[in-house]
Design a protein around this ligand. Structure first.
Ligand code: GSH
Length: 225
């Protein structure tokens, strides 16, 4: 059975959605990053980057959320477009989410909500880049139901993980400027697989506090890195 290493943050949640969509049995294995569990030696062997998510599927180990989405959709033979041109589009948008939406939204959250005060330059820079990336995505979605046209697929799952967090990333009211992102989010939220993925919240008591211990773990690296 697949072992899925997760917490409830955006990157693991997109994988949870995909697992639920393809309907393969999996064992969710919680990794509490605020308690430093991502640095355990056995986990470092699975993900040398010391982050969640990661997945062990028989002999195959995959880390990094968008790599995991591709692995799951390829092995299921579902949620991927057909033809070279459509594959190019799929890879482009998937990497846009992996290298743009995710990291800029993540840093925006960090500097707006968790960093000590007085980081105006970082807040401005990451808010600008996060908003700009979401704006590109919103413009792309105008006139299409899903990221690659009329069929729901792997890129939509990647977007969903972070789209759920847009008000936390950019501020309450941010969806007013991102109507197409909101429409996509609502469409995916209505899917039973999304509701099953969200139900992961009830399975494990992750540490809620961002206290001194949790902050220390933000500045620690995997041994040997
Ligand atoms: N590129 C990675 C990023 C993974 C990542 O940043 N995960 C966060 C949770 S969303 C994490 O593990 N944070 C804990 C830490 O930074 O120690 C992916 O897409 O999987």
């Amino acid at each position: 059975m697949i072992r899925f290493y997760y917490n409830l943050s955006p990157n693991p949640m997109k994988v949870a959605l995909c697992l639920e969509e393809i309907g393969r049995a999996y064992e969710p294995v919680p990794v509490d990053v605020r308690r430093g569990e991502q640095f355990a030696d056995d986990y470092a062997a699975i993900n040398p980057n010391g982050k969640v998510p990661a997945l062990v599927d028989g002999a195959v180990t995959v880390f990094d959320s968008n790599a995991i989405l591709l692995h799951l959709c390829e092995t299921a033979g579902r949620f991927l477009p057909e033809g070279a041109a459509a594959r190019g589009e799929m890879l482009s948008w998937l990497m846009f989410v992996a290298t743009g939406i995710g990291p800029f939204s993540g840093q925006c959250v960090h500097f707006r909500h968790f960093a000590p005060p007085g980081q105006d330059y970082a807040v401005e820079r990451y808010t600008f880049e996060a908003r700009r990336h979401w704006g590109v995505l919103d413009g792309h979605l105008a006139g299409r139901s899903y990221m690659l046209g009329e069929a729901y697929g792997v890129v939509d799952m990647a977007v969903w993980g972070w789209a759920r967090m847009v008000p936390f990333v950019l501020g309450e009211g941010a969806f007013a400027e991102l109507p197409n992102v909101k429409r996509l989010l609502d469409a995916i939220n209505a899917r039973p697989a999304a509701q099953r993925a969200e139900a992961l919240k009830g399975r494990h008591a992750f540490k809620p506090e961002m206290d001194a211990e949790a902050r220390r773990f933000m500045f620690r690296a995997v041994k040997g890195a």
